[in-house]
Each structure stands twice: as structure tokens, then as C-alpha cells.
Design a protein around this ligand. Structure first.
Ligand code: ATP
Ligand code: MG
Length: 393
């Protein structure tokens, strides 16, 4: 029995978007194509809120399995399955059914058939097709019994315009919205656990990313830089391409260390990071920033400290982790494959000059006083002038 194995993707929330739906769907298809292009040659089409991925390569190439892995990470997909596509003839369907769904049915004790006929020219109604297909399954797998309400396996048969589709296993997709459908933001990316998670959470809401990393050579090593490049590279699996900006800040940090009260160092430096991020965002036309801050996690993440950093920003700062605790953050870091990289022990520029007793409730007037003797704008511009940009596919 000849059939083609395809991937069916059910769009998630994007189907709710009324007139914008087309635009969202196009974005999703574009993102799927981007993730699949290194894997093989695929035709990607959409119909009735389902996206079809068909291999153009030899079926034996294994490309379909690799593609199935990859699309599980794409935001904007509610559910997905591999399905057999065959002609819309009952004899073809019933011949293929026990064969294609064999693995799932052998493992199960109970099953049901869910037939859906969107092509009304098909001679059987959906309940008729379900009943007949159920009979075929029972004949081949006599150990099974039917359970309509809570079966181990649901065999689905969809009669669509292009053909009949059979599948037994359906997985939940990554959910969320297609990256790029919700704007663009600049993620302040450290080598830690939190900021990559913050990036993924915003990407899941449809935001595409530019990442900004501050390094402090010679205090920070090339390994620390490579760690951040590795993090951003893994993030592209789910977030699409990422431009990574790397800005050296050793001189700026030395100036703050030498000329300002040490207990204010951390917040003063955080204000500089935000100033530099805003200057770059202005230049690149990026409307928002993202950080991995979580309320109360460290001295610089008290409400007062957050206010003090917020005060120098001229654009919205998203802090998607603000109400999460570390364990919840780690769970997402593991799911999104950044955790193992994040825990590699390389120093971050934020930790090298950290004072023994950082102020947890910094006052903005004191911070401004400390900054008054310095040419902040010149210091920030100088750091930016040495910026490097890396494009990660
Ligand atoms: P993370 O685990 O993401 O490093 P953290 O708990 O260590 O976060 P901080 O060091 O206070 O917290 O940093 C808070 C946020 O500031 C980070 O989540 C990140 O968004 C940003 N940030 C910190 N260090 C850097 C850096 N070197 N480059 C860019 N952004 C940074
Ligand atoms: Mg950090």
C-alpha cells in the first residue's frame, strides 16, 4: 500500500485572530520553513487551520523524523502529528489503517476511532466511517476493546480535499504565537539561567529578539563570551534568527569602581546597561527591552532597585520572570535546552566588581549625585563604539 507520510500542524491561538489570521499563518509558515531549511526539502501549505509539511526528498532519508523533531519547538503550533496521506477510497484507508497505526494499537488496551469528513462528497458519513474503521481495527487487533470516553489511543481519520489522513498519536505543540507576529525586542542576555528563559517567554508571545551582552575583558574570559554565543545559538531553535550585540564595558566599570561609592556600584552599572540598551534600541528602532529580573532574587532586584534602573529607560522593559521562583525558571530553562549551558561556571561582568554590601534600597537622588561627576553619555557611547555584532541563523 503506497502512502506518503506528512506532518500535520494545528495552529494554536492564531486561529482566534480574525482578519489578522492570514498574516499570523504566513509568519508561522515562514518560521517553519526557516527551521526546516537545514533539514531537507519540504512543501509547506496551509488549509482549514492546518499546516501540511510534505517531504520532497526520498521517503527513506529520515528527513520527516528530523522535521517532526524540529517543528515541536516552533511557537504558534497547538498540536502536531505525523500522518499517512492516502487516496480517499475506503479500501485504501482500511488497508493502510492497521499497518500504519500498528505500533500505537499494539501497545494499547482500548481505542476509539474519530473520523472527520470535511469533504462531503465522500460516500460515508463520519459516524459510518468511524464504525467501519473500528471494525477493521478490532479484526486486526482482537485484544483491543472500544472506549469512546477515555481510550488509550484515538485513531483519527480525516477526509480532506487533498486526500485521506490517518494518525494515531498526536502531540501537543510548543503553543504560543509565531515569533515575529508580536514585534521585536532587545533581550539583555547574560550567561545566567534567567535571561535566556526571559527571552523564550517573550518569543513564545510572538516577539523576535535582538540580544545584547555586556562583557568585560580582561576580567571576563573568551570562554564566558563563547558561553553566551552558545546560549543564543540554542535559542535560535525556538526564537528564530538572533542578532547578538556584544559590548565591552571594562572601562566603564573601572570608572564606576574608582569614582563612585562602592555600595552603589551594582545599581549604577545596571543603569548604564539600560542606558546603552536604550541607545542601541533607538538606533535599531527596537521598541522594548527584556531582562531576566525576578522580584527579590538579588539585591539589585528589589522594588527600589528596579525603580532605579527603570528610571533611566525611555522604553518599556519586559520582565517576564518577575513573579517566578528559581525552580519554575529552571524548569523552563531545561525545557528550552539552555540550562546545561547556563550552569557552566564562567564569570559574568556583573559579578566581578560586586561590592560586599550592595544597597538594596538605593535612592535615585543619591544615584544621580554619584553620576553627576561623570560624563555618562560619553562613557556609554564609547562602549557602544567597540560593539561587535554576530548574526546567528
Ligand atoms: P541571569 O541568571 O540571567 O544572569 P541573574 O539572576 O544573575 O540573572 P543579574 O545578574 O542581576 O541577575 O541580572 C539581571 C538581568 O540583567 C539578567 O537577567 C539580564 O537580563 C541582565 N544582565 C545581567 N548581566 C548581563 C550581561 N552581562 N549582559 C547583558 N545583560 C545582563
Ligand atoms: Mg547574571
Amino acid at each position: 500500500m503506497t502512502y506518503t507520510e506528512v506532518i500535520l500542524l494545528k495552529c494554536g491561538e492564531i486561529v482566534l485572530k480574525g482578519l489578522n489570521r492570514r498574516r499570523f499563518e504566513q509568519k508561522l509558515i515562514e518560521n517553519i520553513r526557516h527551521q526546516l531549511s537545514p533539514i531537507g526539502n519540504f512543501a509547506i501549505t496551509s488549509r482549514q487551520s492546518t499546516i501540511y509539511v510534505r517531504p520532497k526528498d526520498e521517503p527513506s532519508s529520515g528527513a520527516i523524523d528530523a522535521a517532526f523533531e524540529a517543528v515541536q519547538n516552533v511557537y504558534g503550533i497547538a498540536a502536531l502529528c505525523k500522518a499517512a496521506e492516502c487516496p480517499k477510497h475506503t479500501e485504501d484507508i482500511f488497508k493502510l489503517l492497521p499497518d500504519y497505526c500498528k505500533n500505537a494499537l499494539e501497545r494499547a488496551k482500548t481505542f476509539r476511532v474519530n473520523a472527520k469528513r470535511s469533504d462531503k462528497n465522500f460516500p460515508l458519513t463520519s459516524p459510518e466511517l468511524s464504525a467501519m474503521a473500528g471494525g477493521v481495527v478490532l479484526k486486526h487487533f482482537p485484544h483491543l476493546s472500544v472506549d469512546l470516553h477515555n481510550p488509550d489511543v484515538t485513531v483519527t481519520i480525516e477526509i480532506r480535499e487533498a486526500g485521506a489522513y490517518l494518525y494515531a498519536d498526536r502531540l501537543p505543540g510548543a503553543g504560543g504565537m509565531p515569533v515575529g507576529s508580536g514585534g521585536h525586542a532587545m533581550l539583555l542576555l547574560s550567561g545566567g539561567i534567567d535571561s535566556p528563559v526571559a527571552g523564550h517567554m517573550m518569543a513564545k508571545r510572538g516577539v523576535s529578539l535582538t540580544a545584547l551582552h555586556f562583557e568585560s575583558p580582561p576580567y571576563t574570559s573568551p570562554r564566558a563570551r563563547q558561553k553566551v554565543i552558545d546560549l543564543a545559538t540554542v535559542m535560535t531553535k525556538r526564537c528564530g534568527s538572533i542578532r547578538l550585540f556584544i559590548v565591552p564595558v571594562a572601562k566603564l566599570q573601572e570608572t564606576l569602581r574608582d569614582r563612585c561609592p562602592s555600595e552603589l556600584f551594582t545599581v549604577l552599572f545596571r543603569r548604564c546597561m539600560i542606558r546603552i540598551a536604550c541607545l542601541l534600541a533607538e538606533k535599531e528602532d527596537i521598541p522594548a527591552l527584556i531582562t531576566g529580573e525576578s522580584l527579590g532574587q538579588v539585591a539589585s532586584q528589589t522594588m527600589e532597585a528596579l525603580n532605579a534602573t527603570q528610571a533611566v529607560s525611555d522604553r518599556v522593559i519586559f520582565r517576564p520572570l518577575i513573579g517566578m521562583d528559581k525552580e519554575e525558571i529552571v524548569t523552563v530553562a531545561r525545557q528550552t535546552e539552555t540550562y546545561e549551558i547556563s550552569i557552566q561556571p564562567f564569570e559574568d561582568c556583573c559579578t566581578i566588581f560586586t561590592p560586599k554590601h550592595p544597597k538594596t534600597k538605593p535612592r535615585i537622588d543619591k544615584l544621580e549625585q554619584a553620576e553627576a561627576g561623570l560624563d555618562m553619555d560619553a562613557l556609554c557611547q564609547e562602549a557602544i563604539s567597540e560593539m561587535e555584532a554576530i548574526l546567528l541563523p
